[in-house]
Design a protein around this ligand. Structure first.
Ligand code: IMP
Length: 199
């Protein structure tokens, strides 16, 4: 089955390809000819997820799904949240974002946080579905590990002794917010979405 994942982030494309497996022919935005930045102006994670999927569907006519994710830190009233990608500024630097997060949590004992992903799926029939995944954990005092991306080096999943950046991608994919949202999405595809293809 052919599906377009409306993201320019190659890390995420790679993660999701591994989760989906070989029965899906997953295309990235470059493969459908979309090189421009997708709009993300709604101010919420759910809204941005939907906005990106709707944009790609309207402009390229491809059955597609988009995701939007963020890190919500309890002691920071849910920040960085929808601003996770550019928390430290428009340069969208993972390192700067992590540094600012640790700075803002200096001396803070409540380190509880969660990652959230909302996936929006739009089909040819202009129907829209959303799927949510959450990963709970804590923010460490300093970065640990070199794998993954974004806030992975400072995110310790609940019950784990290792940060996400200390885990192999295959292990992260068994617990991550994106994997959980993808799991719901996949089970929906398997059970309820008749693509009319060999998927
Ligand atoms: P996006 O909407 O999935 O692009 O996520 C927005 C931002 O949240 C990213 O730029 C990262 O900073 C952060 N983020 C989302 N998912 C992850 C993850 O799995 N690990 C670390 N950071 C993440």
């Amino acid at each position: 089955m052919e599906l377009c994942f409306a993201t320019h982030n190659l890390n995420k494309l790679e993660e999701v390809k591994k989760i989906l497996g070989s029965s899906y022919n997953l295309q990235g935005l470059a493969e459908i000819g979309c090189t421009e930045e997708l709009p993300e102006t709604t101010g919420t994670i759910a809204g941005n997820s939907r906005q990106k999927a709707e944009y790609v569907f309207a402009k390229y006519g491809a059955a597609c799904f988009a995701d939007d994710s963020g890190l919500e830190v309890e002691a920071l009233q849910g920040a960085p949240g929808v601003d996770s990608a550019f928390y430290a500024g428009p340069q969208k630097s993972y390192q700067d974002n992590v540094a600012l997060l640790l700075h803002n949590l200096t001396g803070v004992t409540n380190r509880s946080a969660r990652f959230i992903t909302i996936i929006t799926f739009i089909t040819e029939a202009r129907k829209v579905w959303q799927f949510e995944g959450i990963l709970k954990g804590e923010i460490t005092d300093s970065p640990r590990g070199v794998k993954g991306f974004g806030y992975d080096p400072v995110f310790l999943p609940a019950g784990s002794a290792r940060t996400l950046a200390e885990m192999e991608l295959t292990e992260k994919n068994t617990i991550s917010h994106r994997a959980k949202a993808m799991e719901l999405f996949l089970s929906f595809l398997d059970k309820e979405y008749d693509s009319g293809s060999n998927g």
